[in-house]
Design a protein around this ligand. Structure first.
Ligand code: PGA
Length: 242
């Protein structure tokens, strides 16, 4: 596992945005997944500026969903799709085909899973995935102890339910998520896990120390040679003794 450490959140966000731009330049028809949540917000804003202002052809890129809260879609402020729409997709004027996203409010969630699985299979896997890490180490909504392969509907862990209201204006009682599975994440040709801030230092340390185990979902990434960790100084603070 290669570890990249940055002075602060801004430098971290710029470095991850660089990776996305590099990917698009190298392979204009890339399939790219970027997590929702707070961690990638800086990256999304930098990306949106750079893609609009530099001479980069992103017309063939497809953005694929990582996850969504079951019962929500882009009409709820704070949903994964809404966050990506607001911070990236809307400004880029993408075609409908360029965004393939789980609709967590769809009647048939199995069809939502199949739609995403088909797109990923047709491309022979994602080219790049940018992940955040949950306070319990979850990846997407792959919660500790749950083993998924492809896109799946999963029960949210208690800690995820406790922290989720930071995303929403009103209190929601959500119980499930829809997420890419481990097989799809691990098959990505490049995997970036980003984390910032002191509150993530503990779980980053646990991930690094842990055996590869579904009990610490992010530890599973250590199995992949395509995996790189991108963190800021605050998220590595517990590691100073290393
Ligand atoms: P965050 O969420 O980026 O909002 O901290 C990360 C996650 O739960 O995967």
């Amino acid at each position: 596992m290669k570890e990249n450490i940055f002075k602060d959140y801004n430098e971290l966000s710029e470095a991850v945005a660089d990776q996305v731009i590099k990917q698009i330049k190298n392979k204009p028809d890339s399939l790219i997944t970027i997590a929702g949540g707070e961690t990638p917000l800086g990256t999304l804003q930098i990306l949106s500026n750079r893609l609009l202002n530099e001479d980069i052809d992103y017309s063939k890129v497809t953005f694929v969903s990582l996850d969504e809260w079951v019962s929500l879609n882009e009409s709820t402020v704070g949903s994964c799709r809404e966050s990506l729409n607001t911070n990236l997709f809307d400004s880029l004027n993408l075609t409908d085909e360029q965004v393939v996203f789980f609709d967590g409010d769809a009647e048939n969630l199995t069809d939502e899973c199949k739609q995403i699985d088909d797109v990923i299979n047709r491309n022979d896997g994602l080219d790049l995935i940018i992940l955040g890490i949950g306070m319990n180490g979850h990846l997407g909504f792959n919660e500790p102890g749950i083993i998924t392969r492809k896109s799946s509907i999963v029960k949210l862990a208690d800690v995820t339910k406790q922290v989720m209201n930071k995303y929403f204006d009103e209190e929601l009682k959500l119980t499930h998520g829809i997420t890419l599975g481990y097989e799809q994440i691990l098959a990505s040709k490049k995997i970036v896990l980003m984390a910032n801030g002191a509150r993530k230092a503990n779980i980053i340390q646990i991930m690094k120390d842990s055996e590869i185990s579904y009990d610490v979902p992010a530890s599973i990434l250590k199995d992949s040679n395509n995996f790189e960790l991108y963190i800021d100084e605050e998220a590595r603070r517990l590691n100073e003794k290393d």
